[in-house]
Design a protein around this ligand. Structure first.
Ligand code: FAD
Length: 467
């Protein structure tokens, strides 16, 4: 027998988009039901994305830093790696956060329904769960169904071929590993496995790693990581994988392709994510979903059906948790009767690699493509006291200004802690700060953040002293 629930707002999916929408709607006094197919709330980000990857990257960083210290006179000897303990630690981090999300749902009296939800009409979702079926009758819905990994059709099914979720399970550290896809996720996981001792090679179809970022910024990352990776094959693609008993034999094509198939113990496929829009019977509610699975929305996050909203990965790029959260707040507030639109000038992107690559606002490539009258101001970290004292001078801070008005259009940082530093540039873009505003803001010395002020001074032509 189906259990019937009636609610003002139903949220389908409990990732960063879904739980943020549910909590904001509940805080605004609305009755909320949150549907999630997994027993843990938090979606991809908390369970198999942002958070576990950063927990493992933290381990990788400590290992790398300990090794680097030898050249500054402190040696620790070979690290003893207990992979089960690392996994337990990573799982405990995930548990803390997903538990916190569940606690917040309880606190706000959000009803959580566990099971797989599909629309059955414009005001109904049927949920099939372990405890039976539930029909949720709603006044408003927020679709936050997220995205899934993309698989390549010519890659065979084999335990040794994993996606990001499999990589985060950290079952073992392979001898030879191929990361297929040199984007953010592939490079973050490649960093983890190489720091743990695997020989990692990377193959990327584009002519640079992290294709969305500016080439000059990525070049610094790539140069610094030559010793980390066994091979970095750019402008190259995998065309076949032969899974044999003694290994995975990979054939490549392209500019840097090895002539013969190369043997690996493990392959991580990290070629992107696809939206889950086609898996929820949205058509039964009259909601349009494009052929790729994306749901088109207005700046109020409304679909073509006015009382049904959509947010997060399922509505488009960039597929990032912080974008989902902001969209979630818009949807919940609009449902509650408030005026709000999603209209950011800048959405930050960060590769939490070593060094980190971070960018926000307009990239130089986009500025060129859009025909903007822009000027770039670079501050190389070789001139930063803090970077020198940290033995990490490879980085740089790059700001992009409107040539006429000096307004900050965007910026990028490659270097340690670049992700943490990026917020200042995002704020400058969002608030329309100009180079003078940044240059006249006193940045503490010696910090890496100082490089943002100094890059603005480069644009102003007023740089006098180097720190
Ligand atoms: P999701 O997090 O995908 O959540 C959707 C939820 O809906 C899931 O829990 C799913 O089970 C549930 N669901 C879907 N359909 C149904 C249904 N029909 N019934 C019931 N439940 C359903 N982003 C960042 O900003 N920073 C990072 O550092 C970062 N690192 C990442 C690392 C990795 C390895 C990966 C894979 C992703 C990473 N991301 C990162 C991306 C980030 O995880 C996503 O952008 C974010 O999770 C999207 O949130 P969402 O709410 O749209 O959907």
């Amino acid at each position: 027998m189906s259990n019937d629930i009636k609610t003002q707002v139903v949220v389908l999916g409990s990732g960063p988009g879904g739980y943020s929408a549910a909590y904001r709607a509940a805080d605004l006094g609305l009755d909320v039901v949150l549907i999630e197919k997994y027993s843990n709330l938090g979606g991809v980000c908390l369970n198999v994305g942002c958070i576990p990857s950063k927990a493992l990257l933290h381990v990788a960083k400590v290992l790398d830093d300990a090794k680097d210290m030898a050249s500054h006179g402190v040696s620790f000897g070979e690290p003893q790696i207990d992979i089960d303990k690392i996994r337990e630690w990573k799982d405990s981090v995930v548990g803390k956060l997903t538990g916190g999300v569940a606690g917040m749902a309880k606190q706000r009296k959000v009803t959580v329904v566990n099971g797989y939800g599909k629309f059955t009409g414009p005001n109904t979702i049927a949920v099939e769960g372990a405890d039976g079926a539930t029909t949720v009758n709603f006044d408003n819905a927020i679709i936050a169904a997220g995205s899934s990994v993309v698989n390549l059709p010519f890659i065979p099914e084999d335990d040794r071929i994993i996606d990001s979720t499999g990589a985060l399970e950290l079952k073992d550290v392979p001898g030879e590993m191929l990361v297929l896809g040199g984007g953010i996720i592939g490079l973050e996981m490649g960093t983890v496995y190489s720091s743990l001792g695997a020989n990692v090679s990377v193959v990327e179809f584009a002519d640079q790693l992290v294709p969305a970022a500016d080439a000059d910024v990525v070049k610094i990352y790539t140069k610094h990581n030559k010793p980390r990776f066994k091979e970095i094959m750019l402008s190259t693609k995998v065309v076949a994988v032969d899974a044999k008993k003694d290994g995975l034999y990979v054939s490549f094509e392209g500019k840097n392709a090895p002539a013969e198939p190369v043997r690996y113990d493990k392959i991580l496929v990290a070629v992107g994510r696809k939206p889950n829009g086609l898996l929820i019977d949205a058509d039964k509610a009259g909601v349009n979903v494009d052929e790729r699975g994306f749901i088109n929305v207005s700046n109020e996050m409304r679909t073509n059906v006015p009382h049904i909203f959509a947010i997060g990965d399922v509505v488009g790029q960039p597929m990032l948790a912080h974008k989902a959260v902001h969209e979630a707040h818009v949807a919940a507030e609009v449902i509650s009767g408030k005026k709000h639109i999603f209209d950011p000038r800048a959405i930050p992107s960060i590769a939490y690699t070593d060094p980190e690559i971070a960018w926000v606002g307009v990239t130089e490539r986009e500025a060129k493509e859009q025909g903007l009258n822009y000027e770039v101001a670079n501050f190389p970290w070789a001139a930063s006291g803090r970077a020198i004292a940290s033995a990490r001078m490879e980085g740089k801070t790059k700001l992009i200004f409107d040539k006429d008005t000096g307004r900050t259009l965007g910026g990028a940082i490659v270097g340690i802690n670049a992700g943490e530093m990026l917020g200042e540039i995002g704020l400058a873009v969002e608030m329309g700060a100009d180079a003078e505003d940044i240059a006249l803001t006193i940045h503490a010395h010696p910090t890496l953040n100082e490089s943002i002020g100094l890059a603005a001074e480069v644009f102003e032509g007023s740089i006098t002293d180097l720190p």
